[in-house]
Design a protein around this ligand. Sequence first.
Ligand code: NI
Length: 173
Amino acid sequence: MTLLTILRYPDPRLHTVAKPVAAVDARIRAIARDMLETMYEAQGIGLAASQVDVHERLVVIDISEGHDQPLVLINPEIVWASPETQVNDEGCLSVPGVYDGVQRASAVRVQALDLDGQLRTHSAEGLLAVCIQHEMDHLMGKVFVEYLSPLKRNRIKTKMIKQKKDEERDAVR
Ligand code: NI
């Protein structure tokens, strides 16, 4: 297994629209495994392939406390979303240290292939529903900060660029 590098906002590659996975094969299973390992290592609950510079429709999620209930969604499609919405503070491994409220559907039904290439339907509400919508946005090239006001977004952008510079400076010391 390999730990993958997570792209950081405002890296322009995060805005790439992912293509459908052509075949659920050994290559895709290996990427999914590495993504799960990378997500657990980074203490995240979801990771989209876009975030590790793989622009195919694949996301991994695990909202369990024990990190033992991985969910892999390949070519996910939301087939139903509740008209009711909820606002939750969201964070993102590509925008470390930033949390802000985003309004999303309270419940969704999503169809996706699993690692065996079987089409499955998942009904989700609460945190899992939020997470699925957040990760699927990544596949469309959208990062959650794009739901925030331009003022907030610019502040975050500046903060992220400074953070990266500080890290690079510390690295050469
Ligand atoms: Ni994210």
